[in-house]
Design a binder for this molecule. Structure first.
Ligand SMILES: Cc1ncc(COP(=O)(O)O)c(C=O)c1O
Length: 391
C-alpha cells in the first residue's frame, strides 16, 4: 500500500446521495461518460426555464453576469484567475481554439498520443492543411512511459497535447514530470483534463502546464454541451483570435443594447476572445454554474477523497481470480476510473448482466469501466460487487 492509500484506510465515506437523483433505483457508476446533475442544478435549470417563459424576468445584465459568474466558479475550481478562462461547449472547443489560434510556422509539429481519446487528437487534424504535422506517438503499453514519450519530441515540436487521465484505462499522467520535461525542451504542454478535473485536486498555480481544456458534463456534473479551457497568460498573448463575437465584453464591460458600438475588432478581450458564442446560454450555463458551486462547496479535495474511498472498497473486494485489473493499482497513478477485464466471459456480457440488475457501468476499449463520483454510496459499490460475484 502507498502512503495515500494507507491514509484513507478506515475513513468514513460521506453520503451525498440525497443531493442527486432520483436514479430510478439504479446505481449510476458511469461518471466518465456523464455525471448526474445535482438537484440544486436541476432547480436552477427549472428557474431558467421559468424565466424564459416570462422573458421580462431576464435582465440585460444577466447576459454579462452569467458568463462572469461561471468564469469565476471555474477559476476557483482550478486556482486560476477568471480572466484566464475560456467558456466552451466541450473539451474539443478549447483544444480547437488553441489549434486554430496558435502562431504556427510551416514545418511545425504538434505531438499527440495515437492511443489517446479522439477529442484530444481531432482538433489538431485541421491544421495539417496549414503545413503543420501531427505526430502520432504510439506508446509501447497501456501505461505511457513519460521518458519514451519525451524522447519522441523533435526541435520542430511546438505543442504536446495529451489527456491527463486515459478514458479507457483510468491511468493518470504525472503532470509534474511532464511539465518539467516540456519546459526544458521549450514545448507548450496542452492538457485535456476532462477525466480528472472534479475528481482529482488540480491547480494551475502548482503546475507549469500551458493550457487545459475539459468537458463540463462528466466529473463537473454539468449538462451536455458545456466545457471550458484555461490559458496561461503568456500563451494567450501569442494566440491570434480566429473569431469575433459581437457580445464579447472586456473585463468589467457593460452591455448597452440601446447603442450599437462602432464595429471594430477588440484587442482587450483576453480569454473572452476565444469564448464559444452565446455565453449567456441560460439553459446550460445556469445549471452548470449551480453544479460547480455545489462541487466547490463540497471542496474538490473532499470529492476526490470520497471517490477514492469508494474505489478502495471496490478494489479490496474485487475477486482477482476472476477479474484482471487494467487500471494502475495505486491511487497516485490512477484516477476515479477503474477498468478491468472479466476472465470468465466477454466484457460486453458482464456489462449487460450488471445493467440487468440496475448497475450502470461502461464498456470502453473492450474493458469494463467503473467511475464513481460524489453521488455514489458504499451501497452502490456493494451492489456492483454483488453483481460481479454472482456465479
Ligand atoms: C478524455 C476525454 N475528453 C473529452 C471527452 C468528451 O469530449 P467533448 O467534450 O469534446 O465532446 C471525453 C468523453 O467523451 C473524454 O473521455
Amino acid at each position: 500500500m502507498r502512503v495515500d492509500d494507507q491514509k484513507r484506510a478506515g475513513q468514513r465515506v460521506e453520503d451525498w446521495s440525497q443531493d442527486f437523483g432520483p436514479f430510478d433505483g439504479r446505481a449510476w457508476l458511469n461518471t466518465a461518460h456523464q455525471g448526474p446533475l445535482p438537484r440544486v442544478a436541476a432547480r436552477a435549470l427549472q428557474e431558467a426555464v421559468d424565466d424564459k417563459r416570462a422573458p421580462h424576468r431576464i435582465s440585460d445584465e444577466a447576459f454579462v453576469e452569467l458568463p462572469m459568474r461561471l468564469r469565476t466558479a471555474l477559476a476557483t475550481l482550478i486556482g486560476a484567475q477568471p480572466d484566464e478562462i475560456v467558456l466552451g461547449n466541450s473539451a474539443s472547443w478549447g483544444l480547437q481554439t488553441i489549434a486554430n489560434a496558435f502562431p504556427w510556422e510551416p514545418g511545425d509539429e504538434v505531438a499527440v498520443l495515437a492511443t489517446d481519446y479522439p477529442p484530444t487528437i481531432y482538433p489538431w487534424l485541421v491544421i495539417e492543411r496549414r503545413g503543420v504535422s501531427v505526430k502520432r506517438i504510439r506508446p509501447a503499453g497501456p501505461v505511457v512511459d513519460l521518458d519514451a514519450l519525451v524522447d519522441q519530441m523533435s526541435d520542430r515540436t511546438r505543442i504536446l497535447c495529451v489527456s491527463w487521465v486515459n478514458s479507457y484505462t483510468g491511468s493518470r499522467l504525472d503532470l509534474v514530470r511532464l511539465t518539467s520535461a516540456c519546459r526544458t525542451l521549450g514545448i507548450r504542454l496542452v492538457i485535456n483534463a476532462t477525466q480528472g478535473i472534479g475528481a482529482i485536486p488540480f491547480s494551475v498555480a502548482d503546475l507549469e502546464v500551458d493550457a487545459i481544456s475539459a468537458s463540463g458534463f462528466k466529473w463537473l456534473c454539468g449538462p451536455y454541451s458545456t466545457g471550458f479551457a484555461w490559458l496561461r497568460p503568456d500563451l494567450m498573448d501569442t494566440l491570434q483570435p480566429t473569431q469575433a463575437y459581437w457580445l464579447a465584453q472586456p473585463p468589467g464591460g457593460k452591455l448597452d443594447l440601446n447603442r450599437a458600438p462602432e464595429p471594430e475588432l477588440r484587442m482587450d478581450l483576453g480569454a473572452r476572445a476565444f469564448d464559444v458564442f452565446g455565453t449567456a446560454n441560460f439553459f446550460n450555463f445556469v445549471p452548470w454554474l449551480a453544479s460547480l458551486d455545489y462541487l466547490n462547496g463540497l471542496g474538490i479535495n473532499a470529492a476526490a477523497e470520497h471517490d477514492q474511498l469508494l474505489i478502495d472498497r471496490f478494489l479490496a473486494r474485487l475477486d482477482t481470480e476472476r477479474f484482471r485489473l487494467v487500471s494502475p493499482r495505486w491511487a497516485n497513478d490512477r484516477s476515479a476510473i477503474v477498468a478491468f477485464d472479466d476472465l470468465h466471459q466477454p466484457a460486453e456480457r458482464t456489462v449487460a448482466d450488471l445493467a440487468a440488475i440496475g448497475v450502470d457501468v461502461a464498456l470502453r476499449g473492450g474493458h469494463i469501466r467503473v467511475s464513481p463520483h460524489v453521488h455514489n454510496t458504499v451501497d452502490d459499490i456493494d451492489r456492483l460487487l454483488e453483481g460481479l460475484n454472482a456465479p
